[in-house]
Ligand binder design. Structure first.
Ligand SMILES: [Zn+2]
Length: 262
């Protein structure tokens, strides 16, 4: 029955699964299975930009996820939003479980989208994913982590494409500015994808400068290189040549709970 509906949708709407192109009007079951499977893991960057926050990724940035995310952002395939937002929510949950401190109040702070991109897409995609993640956390874990858009771009942003990691850090230094927002809340940065980590590091700097404490970051996906024999997210050098993933890059190397200090 579903097959007939999908075939009809393809005939009438030209619908395709954004992950694999199979006719249908939303993400097909196999693609949903692939995207729903990964266990979120900690991301490490080598080289790591200064102030790169503790970051959990909901998945690695593999081809199906890449196509689905692009479809969501650039082609307004809004049916992909719930699954992507759920990956983000799972990443937030892992970050909170491993790094969170009892009694603290947290908020999701989305990375700001460029105004031109919001106009073109008719949607602030990162903020929309943050909202979906917040709903997921409230509905499935009873966690109330509201979304607070505290960050904005200070001025025009130069395109990051084609820049090496160190050049990206320099290009981005001071690019974001934050407002303090509601007092007594700790920020969890959220973004769709992290590559070199430079944007998250800059957001971390901007929030600290505004007096907002930051627990870490959660992303839908991270560019990673999987270590053979391990399912965990490992690291990839931003824009650099492929390299050996060090032995300790598995889940065992994930940072433990932070010391609470005196
Ligand atoms: Zn598919």
């Amino acid at each position: 029955m579903t097959g007939i509906i999908h075939a009809a949708a393809d005939l009438l709407l030209g619908g395709r699964c954004p992950g694999c192109g199979t006719p249908g009007w939303r993400l097909c079951a196999p693609c949903r299975g692939v995207l729903g499977a990964p266990v979120p893991g900690f991301v490490r960057r080598d080289p790591s930009p200064p102030l790169f926050p503790v970051t959990v990724a909901g998945a690695d940035y593999e081809p199906i996820l890449r196509r689905v995310l692009t479809a969501f952002k650039e082609d307004q395939v809004l049916s992909a939003g719930p699954l992507l937002g759920q990956r983000l929510g799972l990443a937030v949950a892992v970050l909170l479980a491993r790094q969170g401190r009892a009694g603290e109040v947290y908020q999701l702070v989305p990375m700001p989208s460029v105004a031109a991109a919001i106009r073109r897409r008719g949607l602030d995609c990162t903020r929309a994913l943050a909202r979906t993640a917040a709903r997921f956390l409230a509905g499935h874990a009873g966690l109330r982590v509201p979304v607070a858009a505290l960050l904005r771009h200070r001025g025009a942003v130069i395109d990051q494409a084609g820049l090496a990691a160190a050049e990206r850090w320099q290009n981005l230094a001071g690019a974001l500015v934050a407002r303090a927002g509601p007092p007594g809340r700790t920020a969890i940065l959220v973004d769709d994808v992290t590559t070199t980590g430079a944007t998250l590091a800059e957001a971390h700097r901007a929030l600290l400068a505004a007096g907002v404490p930051v627990l870490g970051a959660a992303v839908v996906a991270a560019t990673v290189r999987r270590s053979p024999g391990r399912g965990a997210l490992a690291i990839e050098q931003g824009g650099g040549a492929p390299h050996q993933v060090p032995d300790e890059a598995g889940p065992a190397a994930a940072p433990g709970p932070r010391s609470r200090g005196p």
